[in-house]
Design a protein around this ligand. Structure first.
Ligand code: SAM
Ligand code: SF4
Length: 376
């Protein structure tokens, strides 16, 4: 069945935007949105602004030796505008997350955001950043029209932070988080990846820190997306372990709010009360756990990804990349771009199969790209 969205059609084109070579079974017309063979509809767009970064997190990048894309290969500000416009006006994209690499290293970031905001006054636009330099840029980002921010922070200890990111910049990140909050870029979400024997013991302290300040902490299971292919199942900290680590100090109860396709499963947090010490205390806030490996949520995935060089990836673990920017640079119409995007999403895999990796099932192959080169 084709479900029609109330998506505005391009004016004056007189066409549905269907490509002559649309794969069999794909609903005709741009108004069908970004649907796939399994009935999922992508409305959440993750767009990478750059592959470059000023940290070298061990679970993402190698210490050295990354080859950067040339300036020419990366989408320009105008090309980003065009691609977002096609996504929003033709294909039912309802929210946009800017990411990278590190989006703050892009010199024209403020211009990109303010033009996006002008073109799409109602679109929620968020950004995931490592927070370096955010203390100086937060107010400008807010003024340009950024709606919200996620900052990645894995440790509150200088040495551990430096070990994980290979850079001594903890103080800069902390200043960045506070500035984002002060600038009104909340709710501020904090992303943390736990690594066995390095920062896993810090998980309750990270939660206490976030709760105190009103930030929403989300733990992300480490995924096999590191450039050095060093991920092992034994070393990753699972969602079940995270809940156990937190339960020493806290009681977690499933958040009654609808998850609504969000990758994080949310829990309400109360301080653990010793047995027989009376009724449970107040809810202190929430914590999220993104269990992509052990409790995957592929069946309700709503994401579509565009890499910094304008390739469509239907999934973080996709081995198929479809070139949107190349088509745009050849002078394609909005409808042709929309149609190629729909084709790329139509073949989105049913699931990434990652829950089986390391469990003697050889059908999972790590993608060639690292997280920084896809856009997390
Ligand atoms: N540089 C920005 C940052 O770190 O927030 C944005 C890009 S980064 C690739 C986006 C998110 O991906 C970060 O929260 C980071 O912790 C997460 N990430 C990177 N590699 C990962 C991996 N192998 N497994 C799970 N999360 C990962
Ligand atoms: Fe850079 Fe973000 Fe990857 Fe860390 S996770 S190396 S900050 S892109």
């Amino acid at each position: 069945m084709i479900v029609q969205l109330g998506i505005p059609q391009p004016r004056g084109t007189g066409s549905t935007g269907t490509s002559a070579s649309a794969p069999p079974g794909r609903p005709a017309g741009a108004s069908a949105g970004l649907v796939d063979r399994y009935g999922r509809r992508a409305t959440d767009m993750r767009l990478s602004l750059t592959d470059k970064c000023n940290l070298r997190c061990t679970y993402c990048m190698p210490a050295e030796g990354m080859e950067w894309l040339s300036k020419q290969a990366v989408m320009s500000a105008e090309e980003i505008q065009r691609i977002v416009r096609v996504g929003v006006h033709f294909l039912g994209v309802r929210e946009l997350r800017l990411t990278g690499g590190e989006p703050l290293v892009r010199a024209d970031l403020l211009d990109i955001i303010s033009s996006l905001r002008q073109a799409h006054p109602e679109l929620p636009i968020s950004m995931t950043t490592n927070g370096i330099g955010l203390d100086k840029k937060a107010a400008g980002l807010k003024a340009a029209g950024l709606s919200r921010i996620n900052v990645s922070l894995d440790s509150l200890h200088e040495e551990t932070f430096a070990q994980l990111t290979r850079r001594p910049f903890l103080a800069k990140v902390l200043a960045g988080v506070d500035a984002a909050w002060a600038a009104g870029l909340g709710p501020v979400k904090i992303n943390a990846v736990l690594m066995r024997g390095i920062n896993d013991v810090e998980s309750p302290a990270l939660l206490a820190w976030a709760l105190d300040r009103g930030y929403e902490l989300r733990f992300i299971e480490q995924m096999p997306l590191d450039a050095e292919h060093g991920w092992t199942r034994e070393n990753m900290i699972t969602a079940a372990e995270i809940r156990e680590l937190l339960s020493v100090d806290y009681e977690l109860a499933q958040d009654p709010r609808n998850r609504d396709g969000a990758p994080a499963e949310r829990f309400q947090v109360r301080r653990r009360i010793p047995d027989n010490a009376g009724s449970a205390g107040p809810v202190l806030g929430t914590v999220g756990i993104i269990a992509s490996v052990t409790e995957p949520f592929c069946s309700d995935c709503r994401r579509t990804r565009i890499t910094a060089e304008g390739k469509i990836m239907s999934c973080l673990f996709s081995h198929e990349e479809v070139d949107l920017l190349g088509l745009l640079r050849q002078g394609a119409s909005d409808e042709q771009l929309a149609s190629r995007w729909q084709d790329a999403m139509w073949i989105k895999p049913k699931a990434h199969g990652m829950e089986h990796v390391g469990l003697d099932t050889p059908d999972f192959r790590q993608p060639d790209r690292s997280m920084s080169a896809i856009g997390g």
